[in-house]
Design a protein around this ligand. Structure first.
Ligand code: ZN
Length: 850
């Protein structure tokens, strides 16, 4: 297998492993440039396999020696691993390799971050540490010895004897190699305790760089809450005497669920009122929970192969969403989750990168850690729960844990527990896992003689490799409202499983307004011609808060589309309605803030595309500012009152109510800044003692050209807080006038604090430019060129991150011919880079081919 000719791997080709591993012993002699790894593996032929070829994965390893049952052997080596003749029965394999963690800029395998040793093995990083059958269906207990002068050396499982510089760890739970972890370095440790439901004590530790020890409390609280929640809601107890978390600055993703030793991107764990905004607190709580929940859904029960990734990720996202809903309010969390789903997954599903929740093939598995596998995967579980009911869901999960503990499983295994518990045939439901694309549900309705007839049709558009789609099972939660806002029908569940189906409701006194897809009961695009009057009734009366939010969003979209398409003035009725919601004391402030935030610019672009039009991102941006200014002028006094009414006294707290109050006052401030040019924002900036107040103030100042002095002041204040400096980079490109963003970004690329080697920093600058639509889509193509220049430089350093970042181009076919040509040319330039990584090559090919 060469870089020029990357191999495609197919789900249908799955074969059980030829050999199983009964025990793993690893010995590490840590050295920054020359680490020695000795492994002793107990192999035995797999009785369920007819294949007897012995193959071990291995990449970037310097081979030193190998022995079978104590006798030296000479394996046949390739770029991907080795093969060797082996005995017929069980045998012991030993090997020694050398690796260079300092040269590892890919952040996969064993690498260095700020002088600490750290690993990342999911999905296929373990093969960069030693020769091994690096596939998730090979599970074994691990025994790890680490020799190092560093004060701490950690691995999975339980700490064993330690003498001076030699430390031993034993993980009794059989695990696939992707869950292996090793960390060594000089740390500060913040500790706590948890007692499990059956009374077992667990030590909880967070390991951080010196200076960060005051930023661990929030994560520890979130961890304890997660542990208690998983016992209470899923009956899952923790299974080791220690749970360690390490924060690292250089990390490709959010965090990793290695058994007993979670490794976190420092941005996903460190928090303090001074340096962290409310949204970060929420994200940290959710990621801590997510990684902790993996201990059962992912670690105790893992995936048979990487095509089954959603088995652990979809389920674990669903579980962390349930947790966050319990911690912070179900409705508000649901709105946030759906907003993210639409922004990321619907976007992915409508472009050249669309793929099923369970993909059928891949070149590089790292390219499939996507919103579809994670977020759409979670939606499938939410639907399943809705379809079978809460009690059956609980029973099915019990059965899943009982039946599959210690196994590597498939989506079939997962669905089988539901079929076994409920007797339901889930074959049609299973299409959700194999069919890509977001279904469109069209609604026609008709009222006569007290009877309301609702006709629903479904169609899933073609996606790459899937021209024709079958009807899916779509749970649609429905309520009916009378035009005066009273309830005509409480929530009922309709199940749409044909291409077209009708439902009748009789005994109604007037034509009702349908409240469809309550709580966003299915990940579909709903289309119905709804009048503004009907939306206004929903906005003010729908008992389903999600659908109130939807009504606001639809009204906002209509107002913006009218401005763009007919040069209409900003819609006064919409602005009035928005201001009424904003000041409605009966509603939760967090909900009001979400409900009154305009739909995103990307969403407007997508809607225009769905209507067969060509979006102009610069015009969309202008309309946004015009509409915001209009709301602000219309509501000046009310907004000021609202702002002042939601200032909190007393010490900072990141609880849901406080975050909600701050979100509402931030919305008011943002709008007020359109009319006062930033005066109030300047005042807030000057007096802020927390990042949740300081950062939005700075954004408003920058948006209204009052930012330059504050920007340097902010830098001076926070130059030693790298997570805050990430925000400083992002904010400058995302809040400056779109026409200046490229030159701002160019200057920042020269800043001494910018580096391609830190993924957070790269995303903060280059990602922020690419994710600000009007800045990215400047008509001259300068932002496309800048982003691709950086990707070309990044690909040699960190191919995984580079490949992931190419997704900023996934909507390129939406735009006008000139922009399309500029984006295509930029992508072709990336494609033509010498020695392009396999990761990036796969992405660019998919982006250009479809
Ligand atoms: Zn996960």
């Amino acid at each position: 297998m060469t870089a020029e000719n990357p191999q495609t791997i197919y789900l249908k080709d799955y074969q059980a492993p030829a050999y199983l591993v009964d025990h793993v012993a690893l010995e590490f002699d840590l050295h920054p440039t020359a680490t020695r790894v000795r492994s002793t593996l107990k192999f035995r032929p797999n009785p369920d396999s007819s294949n007897s070829e012995f193959f071990l994965h291995g990449e970037n390893l310097t081979f030193l020696s190998a022995y079978i049952n104590g006798a030296a052997v000479t394996p046949i080596m390739s770029d991907a691993g080795l093969t060797c003749n082996v005995p017929d029965g069980p045998f012991i394999w030993q090997s020694e390799v050398e690796i260079n963690p300092s040269a590892n800029t890919e952040l996969s395998g064993l690498y260095m971050s700020n002088g600490m040793f750290c690993t990342q093995c999911e999905a296929e990083g373990f093969r960069r540490i030693t020769y091994y059958p690096d596939r998730p269906d090979v599970m074994a207990p691990f025994d790890v010895t680490v020799r190092s002068e560093l004060p701490y050396a950690l691995s999975n499982g339980e700490p064993m004897s330690s003498d001076g510089t030699t430390r031993r760890w034993q993980d009794p739970w059989p695990k696939p190699a992707y869950l292996f972890a090793l960390v060594a370095g000089e740390f500060q440790v913040v500790s706590d305790h948890f007692t499990t439901a059956s009374g077992k004590p667990v030590d909880l530790n967070i390991y951080v760089r010196d200076g960060d020890q005051d930023k661990c409390d929030f994560a520890l609280e979130a961890l304890k809450a997660s542990m208690a929640w998983d016992e209470r809601v899923y009956g899952r107890e923790y299974d080791l005497s220690v749970f360690n978390i390490v924060a690292v600055d250089d990390f490709n993703m959010g965090a990793m669920e290695n058994k007993g030793l979670n490794i976190f991107n420092s941005s996903a764990v460190l928090a303090s009122p001074e340096t962290t905004v409310d949204g970060n607190f929420e994200r940290i709580e959710a990621i801590i929970a997510h990684e902790y929940f993996h201990n059962w859904t992912g670690n105790r029960i893992t995936c048979r192969d990487w095509f089954q990734l959603s088995l652990k990720e979809g389920l674990t996202v669903f579980r962390d969403q349930q947790f966050s809903a319990d911690m912070r309010g179900a409705e508000v969390r649901r709105i946030e989750d759906v907003t993210a789903l639409r922004a990321r997954q619907f976007r992915e599903d409508s472009g050249p990168l669309a793929h099923p929740v369970r993909p059928e093939s891949f070149v590089e598995i790292n390219n499939f850690y996507t919103a579809t596998v994670y977020e759409k995967g979670a939606e499938l579980i939410r639907m399943l729960k809705l379809l079978v009911g809460d009690a059956a869901y609980k029973e099915a999960l019990e059965l899943y844990f009982a039946r599959h503990d210690g196994q590597a499983c498939t989506i079939e295994d997962w669905l089988a527990v539901f079929t076994d518990v409920t007797g339901q045939d889930l074959r049609q439901f299973k299409l959700w896992y194999s069919q890509a694309g977001t279904p469109i549900v069209r609604v026609r309705d008709h009222f006569a003689d007290g009877t309301y007839e609702l006709t629903l049709t479904q169609v899933t558009p073609p996606t790459p490799g899937q021209p024709n789609k079958q009807p899916l099972v779509i749970p649609i939660a429905l309520g009916l409202l009378y035009p005066d806002g009273t309830e005509a029908l409480a929530t009922e569940l309709l199940v749409l499983s044909d291409a077209e189906q009708s439902f009748c409701f009789s005994g109604l006194r007037a034509a009702p307004i349908p409240s469809l897809l309550r709580g966003f009961s299915a990940p579909v695009i709903l289309q119905r011609k709804t009048s503004p009057a009907e939306h206004l009734v929903q906005l003010t009366h729908d008992p389903d808060l999600f659908n109130r939010f939807e009504a606001s969003r639809e009204l906002g979209k209509s107002a913006l589309l009218a401005m763009l398409q007919t040069e209409a003035a900003p819609d006064d009725a919409y602005c009035t309605a928005l201001l009424q919601v904003m000041v409605n004391e009966d509603l939760d402030p967090a909900f009001r803030a979400m409900c009154c935030t305009l739909p995103s610019q990307d969403e407007i672009a997508k809607t225009l595309t769905e209507q067969g039009q060509t979006p102009d991102p610069v015009a969309i941006d202008a309309a946004f500012h015009r509409l915001s200014e209009h709301v602000a002028r219309q509501g000046q006094d009310a907004l000021r009152a609202l702002y002042h009414a939601h200032q909190l006294a007393g010490p900072f707290s990141p609880d849901a109510a406080s975050c909600g109050a701050r979100a509402l006052s931030a919305l008011a401030l943002r709008l007020i800044s359109y009319v006062d040019g930033g005066t109030l924002a300047a005042k807030q900036f000057a007096t802020a003692t927390t990042m949740s107040l300081q950062l939005p103030a700075l954004g408003n100042l920058n948006r209204h050209a009052q930012g330059s002095e504050a920007i340097s002041q902010f830098y001076q204040q926070w130059r030693n807080e790298r997570l805050v400096i990430d925000k400083w980079f992002s904010l400058q490109v995302s809040t400056c006038p779109a026409s200046q963003a490229v030159s701002v970004a160019r200057n920042l690329l020269q800043h001494p604090d910018f580096t391609l080697k830190n993924p957070n920093r790269f995303r903060a600058l280059v990602g922020a430019l690419a994710m600000t639509p009007a800045a990215f889509h400047q008509a001259d193509g300068s932002a496309y060129a800048l982003v691709v220049d950086q990707l070309i430089a990044l690909d040699d350093i960190n191919p995984q991150l580079c490949a992931r970042m190419t997704t900023v181009f996934e909507t390129w076919r939406r735009y006008d011919g000139a922009r399309q040509e500029l984006m295509r040319a930029a992508l072709c330039r990336l494609a033509a880079k010498p020695n392009l990584s396999r990761d990036t090559k796969e992405m660019v090919t998919r982006l250009l081919d479809a």
